[in-house]
Design a binder for this molecule. Structure first.
Ligand code: NAP
Length: 484
């Protein structure tokens, strides 16, 4: 017992989870904290991704903080810039901005003498009792290894590094990839470009989902009757919980329902039988992250759209050459090829107790107890860390639940009942063992390649129902932690 302490905290990242951490720390009466943000604005993934058609496939009323509902969402699935504005507004309303050090990329966090030393690329150094890493999951673009990529004479960029100076109208545009990102881009630009070539390595199941706009009357009603908004959120939440049941149990009736909806979408909305077959995946629906789109099939059936299913051979100055020898001439080439999903806060150097580095702890792959805490890294907690629930759910709810859990640990430090808290090695090993076992029942291991799978082919995500995640986040199991 050391007596009650005033804690100093460092939050890394001012995206959705970092903003949340700042708000909740202050709410808990911890006012001594800094949020480090490498960019010059808040917003995280919504600041970085600016591609045409960007939206969130979680309904907006669910993809909002529980404490900051927004009666004014324009659509069921609102566009990216509106989501970015929402985060900026919440950060401003809750006076988060004043606590953010913008343009300060954290390069290292080192634990020494019971404190973390946080260093930034700009040369700033601060100490903190507690570090909360809120660095996001998908933010290091993955570039494909394709021969001749650098030789392309037109404009070329990754979807997360969209170059808005490049004109699209009347251009011949190629897109490599058929993930959630590519599908949104295709629908958004097909009617603007002269020719759109979509290079598909693997076909995707597409779940249909209408995206109606909310009327002025509906929005006024939500403003005047917050209970209606709360009710809507509750209903959306129930729908999503159903989906989470589908993905974690490949044999569940919910999984069959998802498969049926995707199949009906393909069969009834793609007219040309030859194109339909080329769009038909050879694996089960939701094995890869499910694509949710109201209009992708319409877009790919436009006369100026070309679904290219021959494998890419190389990129040449004039365009992409496929293995059948055909040259697809292009002015613009978009790499919608996804992200390095196991990077998390790396390349930051994190050095825990006894000089143990994150690199060592995460060899061969990232792990953390309940995706939050790691042995040898005391008082260091992660929001949306490795192996958490990243299916088609609201990562906001995930982060809120995680934060509530983390705060219960932080309160112990604050109360002075201990000075260091981290998960035990045994708890982490047992969690990983149970996770691997449960992962074998999920739809993600039913025979497809996806970014969910780790180097062993096991899903690097929470493999249980979302209700179980909620339960796990209610209260820390003290036996799983080392309090010293
Ligand atoms: P992704 O799902 O990882 O898809 C990458 C695509 O690029 C795949 O189609 C992949 O093909 C293809 N690809 C990669 N390397 C290639 C190569 N060398 N040659 C040919 N094709 C190649 O990436 P993403 O679409 O950016 O989506 C990533 C995640 O971001 C999503 O799953 C989702 O979690 C999130 N996201 C969410 C939303 C949303 O609405 N909430 C929107 C966009 C993104 P294979 O399938 O054959 O590997």
């Amino acid at each position: 017992m050391t007596g009650r302490r005033d804690l100093r905290c460092a939050v890394i990242g001012a995206g959705m989870a970092g903003i949340l951490a700042a708000i909740k720390l202050r709410e808990a009466g911890i006012d001594d904290f800094t949020v480090f943000e490498k960019a010059d604005r808040v917003g995280g993934t919504w600041r970085e991704n600016r591609y045409p058609g960007l939206s969130c496939d979680v309904p907006s009323h669910l993809y909002s903080y529980s404490f900051a509902p927004n009666a004014d969402w324009s659509h069921r699935f609102s566009p990216g810039p509106e989501i970015e504005s929402y985060f900026e507004r919440v950060a401003a309303d809750y006076a988060v901005m004043q606590r953010v050090r913008f343009g300060e990329a954290v390069t290292s966090c080192t634990y020494r003498d019971g404190q973390w030393r946080v260093m930034t690329a700009a040369g700033h150094e601060e100490s903190a009792d507690v570090v909360i890493a809120a660095t996001g999951v998908l933010h290091h673009p993955k570039y494909p290894e394709i021969e001749g990529l650098d030789s392309f004479a037109g404009a070329i960029f990754h979807s997360a590094r969209w170059d808005h100076t490049v004109p699209l109208d009347g251009a011949r545009v190629g897109i490599i990839g058929t993930g959630s990102t590519a599908v949104q881009i295709v629908s958004a630009i097909v009617d603007r470009v002269e020719r759109l070539s979509l290079f598909q390595r693997t076909a995707q199941w597409v779940a249909p989902q209408e995206n109606p706009a909310y009327t002025d009357e509906e929005r006024a009603r939500f403003r005047e009757h917050p209970e209606e908004l709360a009710d809507l959120r509750h209903r959306l939440d129930e729908m999503f919980t159903l989906f989470s049941n589908a993905v974690v149990d490949a044999e569940s009736p919910e999984a069959a329902m998802v498969a049926q909806a995707c199949l009906a979408n393909l069969e009834s909305n793609v007219m040309d039988p030859e194109l339909r077959e080329r769009l038909r995946p050879e694996y089960r629906a939701a094995c890869k992250r499910l694509i949710i789109s109201p209009d992708f099939y319409d877009a790919i059936q436009r006369p100026n759209a070309d679904l290219v299913t021959d494998a890419i051979d190389c990129v040449e100055p004039e365009g992409v050459r496929t293995k059948d020898g055909r040259l697809h001439e292009l002015d613009v080439l978009v790499l919608a090829t996804g992200f390095k999903v196991d990077a998390f806060m790396r390349p930051m150097e994190i050095v825990g107790r006894n000089g143990i580095t994150l690199e060592q702890a995460w060899t061969p792959r990232p792990e953390a107890y309940l995706s939050i805490s790691m042995p040898d890294f005391p008082n260091f907690f992660m929001l949306n860390g490795p192996n958490g629930p990243v299916g088609n759910f609201s990562l906001i709810e995930v982060a809120e639940l995680q934060f509530g859990y983390i705060m219960q640990l932080v309160e112990r430090l604050r109360a002075g009942t201990c000075e260091e808290i981290c998960a035990t090695r045994e708890a982490l090993d047992e969690f990983e063992r149970a996770r691997e076992q449960a992962a074998r029942r999920t739809v993600w291991v039913t025979g497809c390649r996806s970014w969910y799978l780790d180097d062993r082919g096991l899903p690097a995500v929470w493999p249980w129902r979302f209700t179980e995640f909620r339960k796990a986040m209610e209260e820390p199991d003290t036996a799983a932690y080392e309090f010293s």
